[in-house]
Write a protein that binds this ligand. Structure first.
Ligand code: AMP
Ligand code: MG
Length: 349
């Protein structure tokens, strides 16, 4: 009896030690996933080949980083930089933090290359359609006169109304011509956040990972030589996977679809991807566009741009980039994928 009592401290130390060993044991063949809400959508970080302890540390840093970027680009949060620019950007030029200037510069590049199909300044139009915070509670088509007055305000400005300037010291400022150019970075900011999230994981020594944010994703390494496998949703049958992408190494993929956020009214589908030429949801014929690229920011912006451009012009835009591949589906069931797209069709549209 006395002997057992005396051994208790040793037993406890041994128990602690075995727990510590278990916690730090490299789980080489295990995928660990953590899902949290961020940027108004679900983000899932999956890692491979790291311990539970390492994963937990790295993942908490990843979500802290995403939160930081959300504060930069959110259109709803009054403390965000984009919110402030949208409130006062046409009175005085606003100073743009470095990271936001990276996203804005890329946005303007893609605006130019897509001949305005990708439009980072249609915030007021998104508000008009009620797609600012998800889907409008009541399906409501805006009055034609409101769309026309938005367009008229735009036409008041002889050039595109987002002016970004860099001073000799490297400071970037932004000025908007008027509120019809209010920023909406919803088609690119998530991609940037995913790239930054992966960079955070890599800095913590995680080399094999998949991070998914609301259907867009960034990939690194593999699962012990096996590719990461990702399903692409069927645009009309939510329970079905339309295509399966199998990816190894550093790559990103984004999908834009008219099924992601929409409402039905008068028998028509009204979705969140807008065409600034018409002031209405894009009707290019495409219903799903997946883009693979080296960076999630590029994949994200191009998926939206190609969606608005339509099949032929969209293919031409993809062809302008050396390392960009696409998978496109039209409402008539036509489908196309570029030869280098890493993935296979499973179901017809
Ligand atoms: P995505 O789902 O990546 O195609 O992005 C769609 C989101 O980007 C929308 O919810 C809007 O916030 C914004 N957006 C809508 N239409 C456009 C467009 N033509 N160009 C750029 N951003 C857009
Ligand atoms: Mg996009």
């Amino acid at each position: 009896m006395v002997k057992i009592k005396k051994s208790w401290p040793l037993i406890i130390i041994l128990l602690f030690f075995s727990f510590w060993l278990w916690w730090n044991k490299p789980q080489d063949n295990e995928v660990r996933s953590t899902t949290r809400l961020a940027m108004g959508t679900l983000f899932t970080v999956s890692t491979w080949g790291v311990t539970a302890h390492e994963e937990e540390n790295a993942v908490s840093l990843v979500f802290a980083r995403i939160k930081e970027l959300e504060l930069l680009a959110s259109r709803q949060d009054p403390s965000s930089e984009v919110y402030k620019i949208n409130r006062s950007g046409w009175e005085t030029p606003a100073i743009v933090p470095n990271e936001l200037s990276i996203v804005l510069e890329k946005s303007l590049d893609i605006w130019k290359l897509s001949h305005g199909a990708f439009d980072p300044g249609l915030g007021s139009l998104s508000d008009l359609w009620g797609f600012t915070q998800g889907v409008p509670a009541e399906p409501k088509i805006p009055a034609e006169k409101d769309i026309l007055s938005w367009k008229a305000k735009r036409e008041n400005s002889s050039e595109y109304g987002i002016h970004l300037e860099k001073s000799s010291t490297g400071m970037v400022t932004i000025r908007l011509a008027n509120d019809s150019f209010a920023l909406d970075l919803g088609a690119i900011a998530k991609g940037f956040a995913l790239d930054q999230a992966m960079a955070t994981l890599k800095r913590k020594g995680v080399q094999n990972a998949l991070i998914i944010g609301g259907g867009d994703m960034v990939i690194a390494g593999s699962k012990g030589g096996k590719p990461w496998r990702i399903g692409i949703q069927h645009p009309r049958d939510h329970d079905k996977v339309m295509a399966l992408a199998e990816i190894t190494g550093d790559r990103a993929m984004a999908t834009s679809g008219d099924y992601e956020r929409f409402f039905m009214a008068e028998g028509q589908r009204y979705h969140h991807i807008l065409d600034s030429q018409t002031g209405k949801p894009s009707r290019s014929g495409l219903i799903s566009v997946s883009i693979q690229a080296g960076e999630a920011m590029i994949a994200d912006a191009l998926s939206t741009a190609v969606f608005v451009l339509g099949m032929e012009k969209g293919k031409a835009l993809i062809a302008q980039f050396k390392d960009v591949e696409g998978m496109l589906v039209t409402e008539n069931g036509e489908r196309w994928k570029s030869p280098g797209f890493r993935g296979q069709w499973l179901e017809g549209p």
